[in-house]
Design a protein around this ligand. Structure first.
Ligand code: 3EB
Length: 328
């Protein structure tokens, strides 16, 4: 059997395998070998000093698995103040948790988190950010341009350093119901560029018109990870063009979200649909809608692992958002 390092010596240009993302029973002991990151969801999830472990402030709706990112190769991990990281097999996980009260609100906290992450990634061999997740509380509180999500967007771009100048990564930004003022941001980066994928049914988020705030959201609809065998899919909702569709109608928003996902997969050149290797996450605004969301997912993608969490979507009229991965 060849080891990972022997394979890289034989073909130095071959990309390392992308991490596999799986939902598992919470591990009884130590994290399995090759674990780059592990996520527990909600207040009942374990806490750990392992820098690779993050307790996400989103409550699970139904089953509460642990999400594991696994790479081919040895993993080393560490922490530095509010930042934690792990690297292995050419891939880097980095996370920042902070409280808005220490940074004068959501804008300052976002700028701080992105500055820390940008500086860390810029100094790393794995300096190409592929995918990023953002969780903040009370995301829809505040009117007009003062809505907290919009303040977050302004801080996010202010804190984005040079590593984001090549183009934005795929992302999700979700409202949690956990500790007041907690901001959680974590990312996946690697040692070579991926390719951004946009959705032909949707205006690119960074080109949203002024009505959505002073600072358009800085994310791509998806990233094709090197070497083009995995599509990392941003939070996808019932947005058509730049407008929210089907206000107040969950079934219609789900159907529209499904069409957006289909269009993104096609544009990314990956196979249609979601299968057993394509874990999905659904962010559900009203816990009472979980059964309807699950029924939709079961009907459309019967074999795809689904994790549902209670989360607010960044536009108040949107009831559900879905993200995930599509492995070729
Ligand atoms: C949308 O399509 C829905 O601000 O990072 C989806 C994914 C959304 C990411 C972000 C926002 C973000 O505009 C909202």
């Amino acid at each position: 059997m060849r080891t990972g390092s022997e394979m890289r010596e034989r073909s130095p240009l071959a990309a390392p395998n992308a991490p596999t993302v799986t939902y598992r029973e919470p591990p009884a002991g130590a994290l399995p070998p090759g674990t780059l990151a592990a996520f527990g969801f909600g207040s009942a999830a374990a806490v750990s000093n392992d820098p690779r472990w993050l307790r996400v402030a989103l409550e699970p709706l139904g089953e509460a698995p642990v999400e594991l990112w696994t790479v081919d190769g040895d993993v080393v991990a560490g922490s530095d103040g509010d930042l934690r990281w792990a690297r292995g097999g050419g891939w880097l996980y980095a996370a920042v948790e902070c409280f808005e009260a220490d940074h004068a609100g959501p804008e300052g906290a976002a700028a701080y988190a992105y500055r820390l992450l940008s500086a860390f990634v810029a100094a790393a061999p794995e300096c190409h950010v592929q995918r990023i997740w953002n969780y903040l509380g009370d995301i829809n509180v505040g009117a007009g341009d003062d809505e907290r999500y919009k303040q977050f967007c302004t801080g996010r771009i202010a804190g984005m350093g040079e590593v984001f100048a090549k183009g934005f990564p795929a992302a999700s930004a979700i409202g949690h119901h956990g500790a007041k003022g907690l901001l959680q941001v974590y990312l996946l980066a690697t040692d070579r560029p991926g390719s951004r994928v946009e959705n032909p049914r949707q205006v690119s988020a960074w080109q949203y018109p002024r009505q959505y705030g002073r600072t358009p959201p800085s994310f791509a609809r998806g990233t094709l990870l090197p070497a083009d065998d995995v599509l990392a899919i941003s939070g996808t909702a019932a947005v058509v063009g730049h407008a929210s569709a089907h206000t107040g109608d969950l079934a219609a928003q789900l159907a529209e979200t499904g069409r957006n996902l289909d269009a993104l997969l096609a544009n990314g050149g990956v196979p249609a649909g979601f299968d057993a290797r394509a874990p999905l996450k659904a962010y559900v605004r009203h816990a009472g809608d979980a059964a309807t969301v699950k029924a939709f997912a079961d009907a459309h993608w019967p074999t795809a692992p689904l994790l549902m969490v209670h989360g607010d979507i960044c536009r108040e009229e949107l009831l559900v958002e879905i993200d995930g991965w599509r492995y070729r």
